[in-house]
Write a protein that binds this ligand. Structure first.
Ligand SMILES: [Zn+2]
Ligand SMILES: [Zn+2]
Length: 387
């Protein structure tokens, strides 16, 4: 079924370590038998996009089309697709592939498959780069697509596909979803504000710990946290020692985990999720053994659990607090993220603002289909013929 020509796609790509994104035309594969073609309407901006587009993790493949909090509608399905039909409301998160046959995949943990394929900045089965959601459509195997219930708005639901599942999965896995537990949430940003909402929905007492004291009002009044601690106030930190059953640490800046170990009760669990561009330092083991405390990490979730978090969010009316922006605002949005000037997630209105009509003529790059590795680019004075 696949044709060699592919389907021309319009996106925004970073081309070097400046991370600056600009219009980019490339090819996506034809819709295969088990593929779903999604018309992208919204895409959240994750901190990962900032780190990757500027090569802060040292693994950038340029040109790079970021975006892994994708929502939209099904535009086309392959002949063997069973779960979706044209017009369905769907989402695509951080994964577009995995081996589907290892012990992790068999256990619905595709996110821990050694052969997982990320939605962007990865290499797909055919050797091409994967390109993410800052584009007008995406073609994904049915297995990696989730359904978005009608009750969830597609814009404010988009961040559930990464930020939402990233905080939800460890709360469940480490048994921190039992009603009545006291959870600490370190960092009140895109991930943290969703973490507070989920923890409250699980029936937890929630304390937000943040280096920004001006977030206290939002933490308590807007998101329903029970208490707030300014992490740079030694007295407040001291008073919170031995008070929490678990802490979800999503702080975006590099920091020591040691102070948070002290906040755990005996048998408490600290789950570190943040991906600062400098690694967090691990605590002294002696501070763990006396209270049989646990420090663990976690990353996103499998597809079954991603559908679960979406359905849980629909049931409990949980969405992200977003600032909806046009596509050409993406570079300003990334700058504002670096200054922590966002409450609490940017979501790009891809459907309404990414179009050829908005592009400056002569600033579009073409990538031949099925190009491996770093594609050759060329400028063209008019891109209309390619779509
Ligand atoms: Zn993300
Ligand atoms: Zn696998």
């Amino acid at each position: 079924m696949a044709k060699s020509s592919g389907v021309k796609t319009l996106g925004y790509a970073a081309r070097d370590t400046s991370g600056f994104m600009s219009p980019f035309i490339f090819s996506r594969r034809e819709t295969g038998d088990d593929d779903v073609r999604v018309k992208i309407l919204y895409c959240g901006i994750c901190h990962t996009d900032l780190h990757r587009s500027k090569n802060q993790w040292g693994d950038a493949k340029y040109p790079m089309v970021p975006g892994h909090e994708i929502t939209g509608v099904v535009a086309e399905v392959g002949s063997k697709v069973q779960k979706f039909k044209t017009g369905d409301r769907v989402g695509v998160g951080c994964l577009v592939g995995s081996c589907l046959s290892c012990v992790e995949c068999d256990s619905h943990r595709e996110n821990y498959c050694a052969k997982r394929i990320l939605t962007y900045n990865n290499t797909y089965y055919d050797g091409t780069n994967t390109y993410g959601g800052n584009s007008d459509h995406i073609v994904v195997k049915e297995h990696f697509v989730v359904r978005i219930p009608d009750s969830l708005p597609l814009d404010a639901a988009a961040p559930l596909l990464c930020a939402g599942i990233t905080v939800y999965s460890p709360i469940k896995f480490f048994g921190l979803d039992k009603p009545g537990l006291h959870l600490g949430v370190v960092g009140l940003g895109g991930h943290g504000h969703l973490c507070v909402k989920f923890a409250k929905a699980f029936g937890s007492k929630v304390t937000v710990i943040s280096s920004s004291p001006d977030k206290k009002k939002d933490a308590i009044d807007r998101f329903g946290a029970d208490a707030f601690i300014h992490s740079e106030d030694a007295n407040q930190m001291q008073a919170a020692m031995n008070t929490t059953d678990g802490i979800i640490d999503v702080g975006a800046k590099a920091h020591s985990l040691q102070p948070y170990i002290a906040m755990l009760k005996t048998h408490g669990k600290l789950i570190a999720l943040g991906s600062p561009n400098m690694p967090n330092s691990l605590p002294n083991v002696n501070s763990l053994v006396g209270g049989r405390k646990t420090v663990a990490g976690s990353t996103i979730g499998g597809l079954k659990e991603t559908q679960e978090v979406i359905d849980f969010a629909a049931k409990h009316n949980i969405t992200a607090d977003i600032e909806l922006i046009p596509m050409d605002y993406v570079n300003t949005a990334i700058e504002r993220m670096e200054k922590v000037d966002i409450r609490y997630r940017f979501v790009i209105d891809v459907g309404k603002t990414l179009s050829l009509m908005n592009l400056p003529i002569g600033d579009v790059y073409i990538v031949p289909p099925n190009t491996k590795g770093s594609p050759t680019t060329k400028k063209d004075s008019c891109c209309c013929q390619y779509l």
